[in-house]
Every structure is written in structure tokens, then in C-alpha cells.
Design a protein around this ligand. Structure first.
Ligand code: DGT
Ligand code: CA
Ligand code: ZN
Length: 664
């Protein structure tokens, strides 16, 4: 945050990542004091940056920076310091700044020259500050020499190669700016679940451990396990008497790049990767995915990203209502509110209030009349509903199901016994067969399937038939050994076969028939994306009909925030698979658990379930660590209403043996 020297120097970019944060803090309706400590610190911080954009005297800039940092970090009561004039005794606050702050706090008006700095600086220059690695000094130079005054004109200048020739810039810098612009536009939007959840869970844990916090809970899209997350929402239950201390403690947590606003019960933060104890790493990303998502620089880009977080502080008796409200979704809330209205109740973030009792009272005041709730369960039960798991709160029929006791009993992570789509060093995996098997056993799994790439996929080092059959012999040898030793673990041998022209598989039938199963997947994305839906669908139907095909891998080929999938009628595909299953032939749909894919989309899982098409959740692991991606698949599966019964990863070895023998 702004009080943290390291962040101030190294991560200023985060400040404007969310452009709107660069605004003039508004005074409270009554005072003095008209501004909070955070508002003053924020204003000074902004002024320092604006001065730098104007190429002002370094000492002047530094005095604003230091003063901002100091105010953010002092432990004394800031209002008292100002009121008593002791502010002037602090080292680092000069007479001029001290007077300006005191006057602002007392009158609610910022000094004219601070305001003018804001209004005179083109918005485009401020926007540019959001580009990772680009500071005010360079922005100023480009503005003066090239007339660059916005992200758009900067992009044009870089593309025209007008930046590289300037003194002190160069090719590399120019390229970095282009990368940064792309990052800015992408991250302005949303973060993938794996990344967003990491930030969210760390922030939740940090806040939960602050003395005085009764409970801290992640809400919003992160709690609902959406595939991407806009901003984080956290609800903090805290007694009124502890609220100020808790607020201050939150504002002083590490990992805060900036504070967008700090009101009485809401704190808006911008987090960056310094929130993590360890260096921010993404682990192995398979080449295909990496290419779609930004290439080799991607991890660095992600490591310099930020995410916004809205923290709400409420007293414990209100917290369950606030948590339910901010968990959403908005659509689920609307359905719930309507149900409350039908019962003469008003549901909002403060309570569930009988219409007649609260009169004209609003918000917290009306909440005195609320029906009690010690947890979200009570809210649902007041409305004659069984508890709806957060993942289901998308207005996809969950309220009606909750009314009639028809909600699914969602699959749990510990019900997973194994997974079939994983890679080894035989193709593009990082770990050997042995290492993968060990890792699976350490996860407590009872079986693991290996499905390395097929020959056509050169980029992934697809294995030829001979090597594949060799791998099969090794697998059988291990299985025999384990059986003799009484080890309850089994390896299954499959292949991830590319889908070739005409819906064909990538090995001759006599090779395929040696395998336990085949995951058929599309990798020629360019071709498939250039073809229409009907042609693609027909190819998939054909490959599903191939007697050796067991599972359809990553059915659309989408890479979240990387590329769209190819067009395909998945309803037709699922119906086709359903027919096979009705005829006693196993054709399963993959829910690819890689957080970059989550393909089959959760919205279609419910449909697959309804048709009776079984699902395999597959981590598509390319390393031992990749196996744990299964957890994202389970999240998506839960979101798609899947129960243990719908997901074949929950089967025992003997059950799976039977299933995999259900061929034509
Ligand atoms: P996000 O942040 O875009 O990934 O998605 P959410 O679901 O976290 O949405 P967000 O952060 O805008 O708001 C958090 C929750 O607050 C949202 O899921 C439901 C609730 N909420 C926000 N605005 C409204 C609203 O206008 N009406 C209702 N009923 N609920 C709202
Ligand atoms: Ca949110
Ligand atoms: Zn794969």
C-alpha cells in the first residue's frame, strides 16, 4: 500500500491499474475533520505522481511522497495530531504541507494548486500510468517529444517504431510497452479463477487473523467459483467497538498496492502479488495453452498484475445477510428477494425484515426488526428453502430445487479416486510415469490414467505407436507388481489421440485396441476455428462413433482469456453420446480441469447430467503438480450441479474396469 516504501517505488503502476482510482477524494458531509487519514495520504500520493508528470523539482515530489507514506504509517490518532497541531512536530512534514493538510481537514477544500494538477493533467497520461513498467518520467518524455497523450496514441507510436529510437528507450522498452498495453486491457477485465482465488484466499486468511475479527469470508464470484473473477468481495464480521482497529489493521496489511477508498463500513483495496509470502509462480503451462495466452512473458505479466478487493465490515448479527447478499449472484439475489416479498418480507444486505415492522427505517436501522440469522442457513430456512451451496447461486433453477428438496448433493474433492487424462515425458509432460504414479498415490488416489499425445501433434512431442505400446508394457509390469505386493493402486493406459480429418483417430485400430481407453481431442485449432459449426459437429459425432473413443477431450478447445473455442453444437454432441451410453457403450465427456480451460463449461455440465452422459474430470496434468488442478475441475463440476454419481473419477478400480470394458 501507499505506506509501504517498496510498493511505492516498485509498484506504482498498480495505482492506476483501475483508472478510476485516480480521483480527488471527496469531503465528508460534516466535519471537521472533513477528510480521513487515508484520503489525505491518497491525495498526497496522487499529487506526487502528477508533479512527476509535470517534471517538477525532485525534492518537491519527494516531500509529497514521504509525507503520504508517513501519514499512512503513523500509529497515533491522525485527527488528533492535526487538531492539536502536533502534526507539525513530525519529522518529514514541512510547514507548507502541514498547513495545507490542516486547512483541508478543517474546511473540506483541497488547496487550489492540488486541484489544478488534477484538472490540468490530460486523463490519457494518467491512464498510461496503469501500464506495467511505465512511470511518469517516460510518459512525460513521450508526451513532449512524440505528442503521446493516451494509451491509444502510445500504442500507435510503438507500432510505428517511433519510441525505440528515442534516447534511453530502445527496442526492448518499446516491446515491453506493447506487452504492457495488452496486459492492461486484458486485466482491466477479469482474472482467471486460479489466480483470483489465490489472492482471495490469502486476503481472507490475513483478515481472519486480525484481532477483533469474528469471521472473514470470501463472497462474490470467487466464492461462487466462477471461471473468472472481476473483483474480490470479502465480508468481515466485527463488533462495532473493534471496527476502527480492524479497519486500520486491514489498511496496513501487506500486499496492498493502493487504497481506493476507506469509508465507515467499506474498504476498497487494490492488491498486488506482494500479498503472497512466496514469489508468484504459475507452474508448468502446456505449450498449446501458453501460446494462446501470451507466450513466454505471460508469467511475468501475471506477476505484475493487480486485483481489486471490496471489504465490508458489519456487526456479527448482520454478517450472514451481508455475506449472502455479496455472494450473489445478482440474479440469485433477485430470485431470493422476490421470494421474500411473496412472504411479506424485505431481503437485503442488512436483514430479512417484515415489511410492516420497519416503517420508514432503512439500512442498519431497519435491521433491528430483522428475523434472526446465525448463518446463511437460517436465511434460506426462513424462506422455506434448503441451503443452496454458493456455487449453485446463479439462478439456474436452484431456488425451485431448494423449495422441493431437489438440490443435488454436490461432488466433494475427497470423493475423487483418480483421473485419466495425464501426460508423461513420453510426450510433453515434465514427469516420468513413475513420478506421476507416485504423485497420484500421494494424493490418496487409487488409480491413474496416462494418455500421452499421439504422433500428429509434433509440437507436443506426440509418441509413435512403438513407444506407446512400450509404455503399455511398462504399465502392465507395474500393475502386476502392485497386485503381487498387495498395493491397492492401478495404472490405466490410454492415449490422447488427435482428431484427424474425417473424424479419424491418430493410430491404427490394432494399436488402439491394445489400450484401456482413448481420449480424443482436437488440437488443430486454426483449422477447426475456421470451419463452421455444422462441419465441426459432424466431425465430432464421427469420432465419437469410433469404437475406440472413450472420452471427448476439452470439447471446445477454449483457453480462458486466451482464445475462443471452435464453433460446435455441444447439445448435439451430448445427445449423441447419450445414445451410446443408453446402448451400453461408454462415451464420456471430459471436464478439463486446467484452470485455463474448464472445458466442458459448467453451464453444460447440468445438461450432460440430465442426458445421462458421464463426466470425467481430467487435470490434463503435464507435471506432478498439475494433478492438483483436479480441484478446479471439481469446483466447475459442482457449479454444474454434478454429484459423485455423475463423475466417473469417483469409481473404484473394479467399477472402472467394468466401465472401460463397455465397448462396442
Ligand atoms: P465479478 O466481481 O464481476 O466477478 O462478479 P460478482 O458476482 O462478484 O459481482 P460484484 O462484485 O459486482 O458484486 C458482488 C455481489 O453483490 C453480486 O454477486 C451480487 C451483489 N450485488 C451487486 N450489485 C447488485 C445489484 O444491483 N442487485 C443485487 N440484487 N445484488 C447485487
Ligand atoms: Ca466481485
Ligand atoms: Zn492433454
Amino acid at each position: 500500500m501507499i505506506v509501504d516504501g517498496k510498493v511505492m517505488n516498485g509498484r506504482r503502476r498498480a495505482f492506476t491499474m483501475a483508472g478510476s482510482s485516480f480521483s480527488i477524494p471527496k469531503p465528508r458531509p460534516s466535519g471537521p475533520p472533513f477528510f480521513s487519514r487515508n484520503q489525505v495520504a491518497q491525495m498526497l500520493h496522487q499529487v506526487a505522481i502528477l508533479l512527476e508528470l509535470q517534471d517538477a523539482n525532485v525534492f518537491r515530489i519527494r516531500s509529497y511522497q514521504n509525507c503520504s507514506r508517513l501519514i499512512g504509517s503513523i500509529s497515533e490518532d491522525f485527527n488528533e495530531l492535526v487538531a492539536s497541531g502536533e502534526l507539525f512536530n513530525l519529522k518529514g512534514i514541512g510547514k507548507g504541507l502541514g498547513e495545507a493538510i490542516t486547512e483541508s481537514m478543517n474546511t473540506g477544500d483541497w488547496p487550489d494548486d492540488w486541484i489544478r494538477l488534477h484538472t490540468d493533467t490530460p486523463q490519457g497520461l494518467i491512464e498510461m500510468l496503469g501500464i506495467p513498467g511505465l512511470g511518469p518520467k517516460r510518459i512525460k518524455i513521450m508526451h513532449d517529444e512524440l505528442g503521446v497523450d493516451s494509451v491509444a496514441t502510445l500504442k500507435q507510436a510503438a507500432q510505428d517504431n517511433r519510441i525505440a529510437p528515442m534516447k534511453g528507450f530502445g527496442e526492448k522498452t518499446q516491446q515491453r510497452m506493447l506487452d504492457g498495453i495488452e496486459l492492461l486491457s486484458r486485466f482491466h477485465a477479469r482474472r482467471r479463477l486460479d489466480v483470483g482465488l489465490r489472492y482471495g484466499q490469502v486476503l481472507e486468511a490475513k483478515i481472519a487473523s486480525i484481532p477483533g475479527v469474528q469471521h472473514a469470508s470470501l463472497a462474490g464470484s470467487a466464492r461462487r467459483r466462477r471461471e473468472t473473477i472481476g473483483d474480490l468481495d470479502i465480508v468481515v464480521s466485527v463488533h462495532d467497538s473493534d471496527k476502527d482497529d480492524v479497519s486500520n489493521a486491514i489498511l496496513n496489511l501487506s500486499g496492498i498496492a493502493d487504497v481506493k477508498g476507506a469509508g465507515d463500513s467499506k474498504i476498497s483495496l487494490i492488491l498486488d502479488t506482494s500479498i503472497f509470502e512466496e514469489e508468484f509462480r504459475l507452474g508448468h503451462i502446456d505449450k498449446n495453452v501458453l501460446e494462446a495466452i501470451g507466450g513466454d512473458d505471460y508469467e511475468q505479466l501475471e506477476a505484475s498484475g493487480t486485483i481489486d478487493a471490496q471489504v465490508r465490515l458489519v456487526p456479527p448479527h448482520i454478517a450472514p445477510f451481508t455475506l449472502a447478499y455479496f455472494t450473489g449472484s445478482k440474479e440469485h439475489n433477485i430470485a431470493m428477494r422476490q421470494r421474500a416479498i411473496d412472504r411479506g418480507l424485505k431481503l437485503n444486505e442488512f436483514g430479512l425484515i417484515p415489511e410492516a415492522s420497519a416503517g420508514d427505517l432503512k439500512g442498519m436501522d431497519a435491521a433491528h426488526f430483522s428475523l434472526p440469522a446465525s448463518s446463511e442457513h437460517d436465511i434460506y430456512s426462513h424462506l422455506d428453502l434448503s441451503f443452496v451451496e454458493p456455487e449453485l447461486r446463479e439462478d439456474m433453477g436452484e431456488v425451485i430445487a431448494a423449495e422441493s428438496g431437489q438440490l443435488p448433493v454436490l461432488i466433494e474433492p475427497d470423493q475423487i479416486r483418480g483421473a485419466l487424462h495425464n501426460h508423461t515425458t513420453l510426450s510433453d509432460g515434465e514427469a516420468s510415469l513413475e513420478q506421476m504414479a507416485d504423485a497420484a498415490r500421494q494424493l490418496g488416489w487409487s488409480w491413474l490414467g496416462i494418455a500421452d499425445h499421439s504422433p500428429t501433434l509434433k509440437i507436443a512431442n506426440g509418441a509413435n505407436a512403438e513407444d506407446l505400446l512400450d509404455q503399455g508394457r511398462t504399465i502392465r509390469k507395474y500393475n502386476e507388481q502392485w497386485a503381487m505386493d498387495g498395493v491397492d493402486f492401478k495404472l490405466y493406459h490410454g492415449v490422447e489421440s488427435d482428431i484427424l480429418e474425417g473424424g479419424k483417430l491418430d493410430h491404427p485400430d490394432d494399436v488402439l485396441s491394445e489400450l484401456d481407453y482413448v481420449v480424443a481431442s482436437v488440437h488443430a485449432m486454426t483449422k477447426w476455428r475456421n470451419r463452421d459449426e455444422q462441419a465441426n459437429t459432424e466431425e465430432l459425432l464421427k469420432v465419437i462413433d469410433h469404437p475406440s473413443t472413450t472420452i471427448l477431450g476439452h470439447p471446445t478447445g477454449r483457453i480462458l482469456q486466451g482464445r475462443e473455442g471452435y464453433e460446435v453444437d455441444l447439445f448435439a454432441v451430448l445427445e449423441h453420446m447419450a445414445e451410446h451410453n443408453q446402448n451400453g457403450v461408454l462415451k464420456a465427456m471430459e471436464l478439463n480441469a486446467s484452470p485455463y480451460r474448464l472445458d466442458l463449461d459448467w453451464r453444460l455440465c447440468k445438461h450432460a447430467k440430465g442426458l445421462g452422459v458421464p463426466i470425467f474430470i481430467n487435470p490434463d496434468a503435464h507435471s506432478t503438480r498439475g494433478l492438483s488442478d483436479i480441484s478446479y475441475g471439481v469446483m466447475a463440476g459442482r457449479k454444474g450441479w454434478l454429484e459423485a454419481h455423475d463423475v466417473l473419477n469417483t469409481r473404484t478400480i473394479s467399477e472402472l474396469d467394468v466401465l472401460l470394458s463397455q465397448k462396442e
